[in-house]
Design a protein around this ligand. Sequence first.
Ligand code: EPU
Length: 429
Amino acid sequence: MDKFQIRGGNRLFGEISIGGAKNAAVAIIPATILAGDVCRLENLPNISDVSVISRILVEMGAKVTRINKNTVEIDPRGINTSVAEYDIVKSMRASYYLLGALLGRFNRAKVPMPGGCYFGVRPIDQHLKGFEALGATATVENGMICLETDNLAGSNIYLDVVSVGATINIMLAAVKAKGVTVIENAAREPHIVDLANFLNSLGADVRGAGTNVIKVYGVEQLHGATYSIIPDQIEAGTYMAAAAASGGDVLITNVTPKHLQSITAKLVEMGAEVIEGDDSVRVRRERPIRRCNMKTMPHPGLPTDMQPQLAVLLSVADGTSVVTEGVWDNRFQYVDELRKMGAEVSVDGKVAVFQGVPTLKGAPVRATDLRAGAAMVIAALMADGVTEVEDIHYIERGYEDIVGKLAGVGADIHRISGAPTDQEEKITG
Ligand code: EPU
């Protein structure tokens, strides 16, 4: 079992470059199924989630050519099935985007119920409600979601919860439907806008992405395109938190500062200084970490995917902080691990109370999911002594070369290889 070994206490100095957004990539790759020609995707993060979703497309008949580490060409014309039956599909949450993309292309789709990181019930009722509004019938047979229609037709859909996945899936199904689809109470995350821009580069007509009303005017055909994925908001935020946690001074480049504003605001409240450039942010901290409260919310609120990485700073703040998780039911599983390092945290449902302690101490801990794992790495950077983080396959789903990037700014971090476990082989998303 591979793990990270981290000796804490080094302040981080230097520059870290951010890659393409994972959650945009895992939507845009399935979206190529809708294209009528080759799509060249640039600035793709080199992470396991991207390899898994690419492999699924290959299994279905697409030709995927890797041009370099961060660029692939996908020719979707060879895809000749609307059924995705492979074990890897089940293990990856974002494979549910195959539903919208296959339905949009073939008027039918059969895809296993999705898996992925577990932090509470992860229903897909809003996705199905959207597909049904567009004219599809949805059934579940032997763990497979089956969608079918003779004719997809635009419709008005009001989402009962702001859902990134449902917004994306409905956009995918609607781009080639007849007429206009209106998605109200749509999610506004940067990767929703990125997907809309990608679809429009193929000839689609998607308007309003980034607001809570998205209109999709159906078109008959989509062509190919060359498209560059936006920078990863959460990868950037994670290194911002790491820089602030270490009390260092790090320039984080290839970012969109506007996407980072809610994260910047929290770090400033905690006592860090954040200087925005055109496509960079510089984060430094000299003062002690100040206590603050925070609550996660859909964009433009503080992203839930930054909650663990920011909250670990509060474990050594100068007082008591209240952290409220506003998106997921169960996103404090990492707290048990953090307690092993000496943190004083109590959790009641979606609220955690962090009582700051003078310092964390190195300990063996595990990544309980992707962002929880990143948070353990940040905690380890702040701690006295050595921390070993296990189950790093979760972290490597979403962070390209996290060891190299942190070591490059002075962290004492190493990846230690061991024999793979069954779990590592099974869980990929
Ligand atoms: N929800 C429903 N019904 C649905 C869909 C969602 O009730 O049909 C609820 C969920 O239970 C949750 C809330 O709505 O309480 C938001 O869920 P959403 O659908 O927005 O989440 P998602 O699309 O499954 C994506 C990201 C997550 C991120 C969330 C929220 C991808 C592949 N995943 O998940 O990212 O936490 O949006 O921003 O884009 C991560 O990257 O670590 C990660 C987990």
